[in-house]
Design a protein around this ligand. Structure first.
Ligand SMILES: *Cc1c(COP(=O)(O)O)cnc(C)c1O
Length: 389
């Protein structure tokens, strides 16, 4: 008898378990917010990307409901066939205005926006230089494009410059990077990257997924934070984090966007964003622009938490965003810390390989956290670190 061709899957799962890399879902009940119910228990939520607390906001919900009543639940086709609505265009124009770019294009997710943009921009004869800590969607977009991909050490502009000396062997070159790194919370050196891109005649794509709504004076992202608005570059982002909805986008020159509408397969061959998601994202962008106090409160919370965290035992990874990480010696230790935090009413995920090279607890601060939430977090964290010695 021939061996079962699927038997390896179970063996592979056993290996994943043995390494403490096994993952499974946890059920969240009710609306998202600073407090959520996980496994029947109310906990303070430090696990969410909903930085401004908009995903549970009545105005987004009402916009989604109204759009569903008017336009239905599904958009029924791809944008180029039957799926395009005036609402999509309104959202794209709102994104372009927010980002100070000529135009924008919405995708069904941030992941698909990266796949679509990268595969449209480069191919076999081209070079991609990619930060080693980039998000999975950038890495897989690079692989899918068929270009030669070289990773440079995290944020190391000297190493990047050395690699750029190979630039002339390729037709086109694209540098890709997260702007706020999703698992570390630090920022890419954007002004230097822009200078290098210009010097070596390369395109630069920045992924503003964790920066949109959070970084910069008006919340437009790291491009605004670094004073680089209006520069030639390709900005990608998501509608699913601070904007509280679902979807992704590319923002840039009118020519770039027109080209992507013709060449990005993950935009052309997929169903258009649903009316509800589109309307909710549009409502979120308006709120981000009209209510800077939400962003100010988020940063006030980050500052307060950083002050509270000045404890000798905590190994806080340096960060400049609402993402804070605490290194732990192993995947098992990170899992145990996550479990203990949950027992003390704190919901904060253990992030382990292969997502990141080193295990950690990752905290996301929200605008809607209250002082008492931050104090409880610090109390819970310090007790864990005492026991883990
Ligand atoms: C979350 C994230 C994405 C994916 O966005 P989705 O809209 O969730 O698909 C892409 N890039 C980065 C850096 C992210 O953090």
């Amino acid at each position: 008898m021939s061996p079962n061709p699927y038997a390896w899957i179970n063996e592979s799962l056993t290996t994943i378990h043995r390494a403490d890399w096994y993952r499974s879902v946890q059920t969240i009940h009710g609306r998202p917010g600073a407090m959520v119910i996980v496994d029947g228990r109310e906990v303070i939520n430090f696990a969410s990307n909903d930085y401004l607390g908009l995903a549970g906001d009545d105005r987004l919900i009402e916009a989604g409901v109204a759009a569903t009543k008017q336009f239905g639940t599904g958009s029924t086709g791809s944008r180029l066939l039957s799926g395009h609505r005036e609402l999509h265009r309104e959202l794209e124009q709102a994104i372009a205005q927010f980002k100070q770019t000529e135009d924008a294009l919405v995708f069904s997710s941030g992941y698909l926006a990266n796949l679509g943009a990268i595969t449209a921009l480069v191919g076999k004869r081209d070079l991609i230089l990619s930060d080693e800590y980039n998000h999975s969607s950038l890495k897989n977009g690079a692989i899918l494009s068929g270009a030669t991909v070289i990773e440079y050490p995290h944020c190391d502009v000297t190493a990047l410059k050395n690699l750029l000396n190979q630039r002339q062997n390729y037709r086109r070159c694209l540098i890709i990077t997260d702007s706020v790194f999703s698992m570390d919370g630090d920022l890419c050196p954007l002004p230097t990257l822009l200078n290098l891109a210009e010097e070596f005649s390369c395109m630069l794509l920045v992924d503003e997924a964790h920066a949109t709504g959070v970084m910069g004076k008006t919340g437009a992202g790291c491009v605004e934070h670094f004073g680089c608005s209006g520069k030639q570059l390709i900005q990608v982002g998501t509608l699913s984090k601070a904007l509280g909805s679902l979807g992704g986008y590319v923002a840039g020159s009118a020519t770039l966007i027109d080209f992507l509408r013709n060449r990005a397969p993950s935009w052309i061959y997929t169903t258009a964003l649903s009316p509800a998601d589109t309307a909710a994202a549009l409502a979120a962008i308006k709120i981000v622009q009209q209510e800077p106090q939400r962003r100010n409160q988020l940063w006030a919370n980050v500052d307060e938490l950083k002050k509270l965290l000045q404890l000798p035992k905590l190994k806080l990874v340096q960060q400049e965003s609402p993402i804070l990480c605490f290194q732990l010696p192993s995947a098992a230790a990170a899992l145990e810390a996550g479990k203990q935090l949950k027992a003390s009413g704190i919901f904060a995920p253990a992030i382990r390989p292969p997502t990141v090279p080193t295990s950690r607890i990752r905290i996301s601060v929200m605008a809607t956290h209250e002082s008492i939430h931050l104090q409880k977090l610090v109390k819970a964290l310090s007790s864990i670190y005492i026991y883990s010695d």
